[in-house]
Write a protein that binds this ligand. Structure first.
Ligand code: PMV
Length: 360
């Protein structure tokens, strides 16, 4: 879709330089789980873009001494060189070579920082790949021509998707949908689209308090998890259900029925983890503390009728979703009941505005 042989630079004139952007994580309401082809989702999915949990990435370049078939990248995470992360980016840059032939022409250095523990199910790959995609767009615009604003975001989403599927959604403010659906105009498997304009006012500045049940690296990566969906006995049923839930949640996001929202979001989170438990080999990412928090959330909602619900990513941490209007009302319950159950504490996050230029 974006192949361009003209994106070649004259390296004789190249001056070293850098760009720096931050991109947020996101939390899926209806999850992407299972993929095909070149990082294409098996069902449409939708997420809130976060604000506090983000990745800040500086991409620097300099002349490359000799050119070979691999891109040249070194990567530093909080000032420490990380060859394994660099290898992942080299694979990603090699994959983008048809879009950006200049990727092989120069030597790249990436400096990056997360505001949250990576590998703990707070979609660190989403914010990381969205931040890199934003840096690449900035380099394209610096060396070639500025893009029209909507096209800029669409291309950023496309590039981010090739790094990590869920990253395609992190480029948009507030809420984004990724994956083809006949229910929503303009959707695509290749890039996410913004949904901000559809959002009912009750969802504005929606809160996500993330309970860090475990900061440890997860035992099974998301890519391995997607792979296990290939011969999964419940795959067909999962995709049918996910499509149905997606349609329902899109309607709810427009109409603002918050208790209905809670039911769907929780059901989809539990499905994700049930699918993991039913994979071959099976695995479990929830911890006892995950279940303890979930039980308290369900109990609290049935007692108070307040629209508080949980969701989970591919990890043990619990995301507590609630509208801004009840934040004060539930703060004591969060402090006194949920926080003591969460060994790693909590990150109070909320809907955010997407990537911006930054400093590192
Ligand atoms: O983008 P990936 O490959 O890390 O997969 C993410 C999958 C979930 O976070 C579990 C769900 C989602 O839609 O974000």
């Amino acid at each position: 879709m974006y192949d361009n042989k003209d994106f070649v630079i004259n390296t004789a004139d190249l001056k070293a330089g850098e760009v720096c952007f931050q991109a947020p994580s996101n939390i899926a309401l209806v999850k992407y789980w299972g993929k095909h082809g070149n990082q294409l989702p098996n069902n449409p999915n939708v997420s809130f873009t976060l604000d506090v949990a983000k990745t800040i990435t500086k991409l620097s370049w300099s002349k490359r001494s000799s050119i070979n078939s691999n891109c040249e990248v070194v990567l530093y995470y909080d000032g420490v060189e990380k060859p394994a992360f660099a290898d992942r980016i080299i694979k990603y840059f090699n994959k983008l070579n048809l879009i950006y032939p200049f990727l092989k022409q120069v030597s790249w250095r990436i400096d990056t920082h997360n505001t949250f523990p990576h590998g703990a199910g707070i979609a660190s790959s989403a914010s990381a790949m969205a931040a890199i995609a934003n840096c690449l767009i900035a380099v394209e615009e610096l060396w070639f021509t500025p893009l029209e604003p909507n096209e800029r975001l669409r291309k950023m989403s496309y590039l981010a998707r090739l790094g990590s599927g869920s990253a395609s959604r992190s480029v948009y403010p507030e809420i984004a949908a990724w994956g083809e659906s006949t229910f929503l105009y303009g959707t695509s498997n290749e890039f996410a689209i913004p949904l901000k304009d559809c959002l009912h006012p009750s969802f504005k500045r929606y809160k996500d308090s993330i309970f860090l049940v475990s900061k440890a690296e997860k035992s099974v990566s998301s890519s391995a998890g997607h792979g296990l969906m290939e011969n999964h006995p419940y795959a067909k049923m999962r995709y049918e259900l996910a499509n149905k839930r997606y349609n329902e949640i899109i309607t709810i996001l427009k109409t603002g029925k918050l208790l209905d929202f809670c039911e769907i979001v929780e059901a989809d989170a539990l499905d994700l983890h049930a699918l993991m438990m039913q994979s071959t080999p099976s695995y479990m990412l929830m911890e006892p503390a995950t279940l303890a928090i979930i039980k308290e959330v369900k109990k609290f909602r049935s007692e108070t009728n307040l629209p508080v619900c949980f969701t989970l990513d591919a990890g043990p941490n619990v995301h507590l979703l609630y509208p801004e209007s009840i934040a004060t009302k539930i703060s004591d319950w969060i402090e006194n009941v949920l926080l003591p159950l969460s060994p790693g504490g909590v990150i109070h996050d909320q809907m955010g505005n997407g990537p911006t230029e930054s400093k590192l």
